[in-house]
Design a protein around this ligand. Structure first.
Ligand SMILES: [Zn+2]
Length: 328
């Protein structure tokens, strides 16, 4: 690939194939030819150096890579109404993380330090409820962690605020595997399926909706439960699940943990269409995992999500108002 053809070459190599084919058709419609070396009018090259120039020569605005699937982006580009995708810089905090209080590798302080270097103003510590329970009295341990968080927040002096959160298991029937009083004490509650995968779609749909309807729950975590190399995504009527989240004013997580990346892109598109709030989380189990936010953002972009829809683009006071409002 000659360096002068970098833009055309990148477009060709990175695809997707369906997007490239559609671009070639557009070129032909305009009496041009597009290949990996450039856009051509006869033997004259009219664009090749950058992707933006190639799009411009085809009469299109620059289409960002996460949208290049020929799934409506070219029509939207032609109308001049491409979505302004959410960016990493807009993210103010991480909404799912774990510390040594459950199965995380690092202390709450180490997590907070890393959150600061990520440029965040808040961090939700959402340790697993059941892991508190394994270690002893769940209320006692939760309040011990709460005091630790309060001390930490004093030290941080407003540069970062750690939110006292929990992650709770969604049982087979959609009830939550934690005492109601405990969930009420947590400032932010994410609920997720961690066992009983592979249910019939109708049972899974009802299960997830019931969990969303629990008054203490804010966010449905890793909605499909997929794990690369381990577990296929659970099947459910995602339109119904996400519509219920929308009706309740609650959020669905886009999880950026490397082996999760949940929901998969087609389901992220359904989430986008539902109108529900979206929470980006890394599911970090060590401080360095907080860097996976770039993956969560990338997945949200593939779902066409904009900042308006993403809860953690909001500053802390707005987030806190939302957390309260959800519980009525
Ligand atoms: Zn989880």
């Amino acid at each position: 690939m000659p360096p002068v053809s970098w833009g055309a070459g990148m477009l060709y190599i990175t695809g997707s194939k369906a997007h490239s084919i559609r671009l070639r058709e557009i070129a032909i419609e305009r009496g041009l030819k597009l290949n990996e070396y450039g856009v051509w009018r006869g033997t004259e090259c009219v664009a090749r150096e950058t992707e933006a120039e190639v799009y411009e020569a085809l009469g299109l605005p620059y289409i960002p890579p996460p949208l290049r699937e020929n799934s409506g982006e070219i029509e939207r580009a032609l109308q001049g109404s491409l979505p302004a995708l959410v960016t990493r810089e807009q993210i103010q905090g991480d909404l799912q993380t774990h510390s040594r209080w459950s199965d995380g590798q690092d202390t709450s302080e180490a997590m907070a330090q890393e959150a600061l270097s990520q440029g965040y103003t808040y961090l939700a510590l959402t340790d697993h409820v059941e892991m508190f329970a394994w270690q002893g009295d769940v209320f006692h341990l939760f309040r011990q962690r709460q005091r630790e968080i309060e001390r930490l927040n004093e030290q941080l002096a407003g540069r970062l605020v750690v939110l006292n959160g929990l992650e709770v298991n969604i049982d087979i029937d959609g009830t939550l595997d934690a005492p109601e009083e405990l969930l009420k004490e947590a400032e932010i509650v994410v609920a997720g399926v961690h066992y009983g995968h592979g249910q019939e779609p109708e049972a899974m749909t009802r299960r997830l909706i019931r969990a969303l309807e629990h008054p203490s729950v804010h966010i449905l975590a890793h909605p499909t439960g997929r794990r690369f190399g381990k577990r296929e995504p659970n099947d459910a009527d995602w339109e119904r699940v996400f519509r219920r989240a929308y009706e309740l004013g609650k959020a669905v997580e886009v999880n950026g943990y490397t082996t999760r990346m949940d929901p998969p892109t087609p389901i992220a598109r359904i989430l986008e269409q539902s109108g529900a709030w979206v929470a980006l989380g890394t599911d970090a189990h060590r401080a360095s995992d907080l860097r996976m936010m770039t993956l969560a953002v990338g997945l949200a972009q593939r779902g066409w999500l904009t900042a308006e829809r993403v809860l953690n683009t909001r500053p802390l006071p707005e987030l806190r108002a939302w957390l309260k409002e959800v519980r009525g």
